[in-house]
Design a protein. Structure first.
Length: 327
């Protein structure tokens, strides 16, 4: 998968390509899981009538079984239907579901190209949209998201999936720690952008699949990471660069803003940001020292701590004060 787009986007683009070629396309959505299911609820896959696959609902065995049934055995999907895998121990072993895992899928035949194109347009514009599928008729409608809209909702009447933009992480600084942070963030399906106006740092960057920017940090935040699906971490050790990003990020909708440095460094940073006009509320949003206090010492360990804290913030997990601010 292209690391700069979400798994949903990859599936939609592939499905649109196949539909444009006149092929039938079956969309598959994971709607329930039990035990150690290989993919989370809401995961998508698409299968074309000639057996091509985009996305994933398992490690591969279930997709192979679906291709066999739909493409080779001629199973017709005329209206949405539900199918379960891993109900028995034999099935769990057959399809590679660990520890008694089980998942339930909804299969539907895609028909309306314009609706899928609109969903893709909304995602690329970093907006959310809800796709509602009638389980009896197969009719599809698009709805505006409401506060508290769940990522996926399914009952006997309808299946609703919330589509939205890929989560984005803007890293200020292209040093060694940034490479470890970027590597972990990629595995968590973040679009990672590394910004560093210091050419000598960008020229030594080794990871592929990362968007590199040489503009000033405040401009990068404004252009790339100012919405609520974005996080900003400053890792340069250079107050001039870090402060530029923080002044803009703390006044944005970014769901997480963090800065590398010791308690003393961040105390000084907060005072400095106040003199630069950052509001008290904005300064209160700053995570610094960055990352959970798990005793990290090496760059990889610090990267784990950063991404762990960012993950908790993304999902609204309130960590105990003893964990966030140890004595």
């Amino acid at each position: 998968m292209n690391p700069l787009v979400s798994p949903d986007t990859e599936v939609i683009r592939s499905a649109l390509t196949w539909l444009g070629q006149g092929k039938d396309v079956i969309l598959i959505t994971v709607v329930q899981t039990w035990g150690s299911a290989p993919r989370p609820i809401g995961s998508l896959a698409a299968i074309s009538s000639d057996g091509q696959i985009a996305g994933s609902v398992s490690g591969g065995c279930i997709e192979d079984d679906l291709v066999m049934n739909i493409c080779r055995n001629g199973k017709a999907i005329t209206s949405p239907e539900t199918i379960s895998y891993g109900v028995t121990t034999k099935e769990a072993r057959q399809f590679g579901l660990p520890c008694g895992g089980r998942l339930v899928l909804v299969l539907e035949k895609l028909g309306d190209i314009e609706i899928m194109e609109h969903i893709l347009e909304q995602i690329e514009n970093r907006q959310q949209v809800v796709r509602q599928l009638c389980m009896k008729t197969g009719r599809v409608a698009l709805l505006p998201p409401q506060p508290g809209t769940p990522p996926l909702y399914q009952n006997e009447q309808s299946l609703q999936k919330l589509f939205g933009p890929v989560w984005r992480l803007l890293v200020i600084g292209a040093g060694q720690l940034s490479q470890y942070v970027a590597q972990i963030a990629q595995t968590l399906d973040y679009q990672v952008i590394v910004c560093d106006p210091r050419r000598e740092y960008l020229s030594s960057w080794k990871m592929s699949g990362i968007q590199l920017e040489s503009q000033m940090p405040d401009d990068a935040v404004t252009a790339l990471a100012s919405d609520r699906y974005s996080a900003v971490v400053t890792l340069t050790h250079d107050p001039k660069l870090d402060d530029m990003a923080l002044m803009t990020a703390l006044d944005s909708e970014a769901f997480y803003v963090g800065a590398l440095g010791s308690r003393r460094t961040n105390s000084s940073r907060r005072k400095r940001l106040a003199t630069l006009g950052v509001s008290e509320a904005g300064i209160g949003r700053l995570h610094g020292p960055i990352g959970l206090p798990i005793g990290s010492r090496t760059p990889p360990e610090i990267a784990v701590a950063i991404m762990a804290e960012l993950t908790a913030e993304r999902y609204g997990i309130q960590l105990p004060t003893s964990v966030v601010q140890p004595s």
